[in-house]
Design a protein around this ligand. Sequence first.
Ligand SMILES: [Zn+2]
Length: 596
Amino acid sequence: MQLNIDRLIAYFGGVNALAEALKQHYPDSAASTAAIYKWRKRGSLPLNQLQKIILMAEKQNKPLDINAFMQHNNITLERPRMPSTNNQVIIFDTTLRDGEQSPGAAMTKEEKIRIARQLEKLGVDVIEAGFAAASPGDFDAIHSIAEIIQHATVCSLSRANERDVRKAGEAVAPAKRKRIHTFIATSPLHMEHKLRMKPQQVKETAVKAVKIAREYTDDVEFSCEDALRSDINFLAEICQAVIEAGATTINIPDTVGYAIPFQTEAFFRELIQKTPNSDKVIWSAHCHNDLGLAVGNSLAAVSGGARQVECTINGLGERAGNASLEEVVMALKTRHDIFGLETNIDTTQIVPTSKMVSTVTGYPIQPNKAIVGANAFAHESGIHQDGILKCRETYEIMSAESVGWSTNRLTLGKLSGRNAFRTKLQELGIELDSEEALNAAFARFKELADKKREIFDEDLHALVSDELESRAPDRYKYISLSIRSETGEEPVAEIVFNLDGNEKRASGHGSGPIDAVFKAIESEAHSSADLQLYSVNAITAGPESQGEVTVRLSREGHLVSGQGTDTDIIVASAKAYLSALNKLNSQPRVKAQGII
Ligand SMILES: [Zn+2]
């Protein structure tokens, strides 16, 4: 993009008028008429002169919207016509299903409910709440979410077999709007080696699954697993068959993250054109990020006619993850000039949602992550900062406020009462299930407010996570801790915790205080688990911030992560380790044989 100098000069009434105005405002350093002619000839002007013009326009009370003077070089965006007249893109969030398949990101039912509530506040159209047939725990979580969610559609994944589909149907039954999402692999590789089925059998299986799903709801989605590596003529055939059987959304996943955007766009166009009755369904994209192209492919699919994008908060998901919701949504919004499409997302809820998902799953957000990374809107280098102060649009294509960055605001202080606390939790979408739970959380809040003067939204999310965790009928519960650490000597930790209702005291030496704490716990726990990951994050800015520790443990292929928060990171580490031990004792879930 380039500044259109001609139009800028015309805005001030021509070369002479601009030179005259500049002279009045900057008697000592105004650009001459000759200089302005040169800018026009060159098609550019020095940045400091642009800043002067911007400031002058403000003083003249005719502020400059610099974007209005930008031109798209000489590139004409000759695109084929959008193949769909529908200008609404459905945002299908699968953080609770595909996102949860990230190693160690398993969530409890309470955590899933909190995230689902926040997703509804964010304005997602469909919440894929889980995979009902995976375990009774998954079924239960989907069922509870279906009872609570008011506006969004609640969806369960299911393989294309009768048992799975019926489980999914029962799990979403209480929802006001419900969807069953069934899938089967369609690529030659998957059909031959995984399913050991002929294409014709695959088609029959898909049709049967869709028909059973229709017994439970009119809203049925069908996915062709590994679609981007499937034969397009076979896809058109199977899509035609499932549309006839009653599918209302057809999802074309790039299961292995192999596609390249221009190819994806062409693929969607061709498939939609080849499929009879393609206008009877919404076409959907589901892209994985193995080559870092998930968002690019999702947007390309939209250009090719998709009107649903499946994505996750923070791009969470197996391997390199899924398309990131925040990036897809902000690309559609910021480049409305290209796409001309709408979503129902309240973008100011993006950052709070991202932080909640990061806290709950223990997956930190890299600082340079687009939209939600800590550096995404911070302009450190001098020239940028100067430009930003004078005119936001010089370097910012969207504002930090528009995605919710300003929500890192003071929420409660030491003197806040119980009512203010309750109201704030409601605002944050946190509902505790009893007065007792509220009282316990309030007591914790008071304790925290003694250590930390300012309490932010993020602190409250962390506090409630901790509170819910400590109320679960867990084997291990933290009580207290003391550390002796002196330069030149090995630190010693003494920890008191509850194990199956009995108070245990343990001590341990280590190379550092945290190592000493973990060894002390293990001297009683004997878990024989391996420590896979240890990370600390500051929840908010400033030296008083609470530390949030994630500990990931593995034992015989079972991977879990525990979180702990405290203003003291050694205490947070002890809590995180105990929380991981509790999860290690839970039953590993049945993983679907194939998954999109
Ligand atoms: Zn996936």
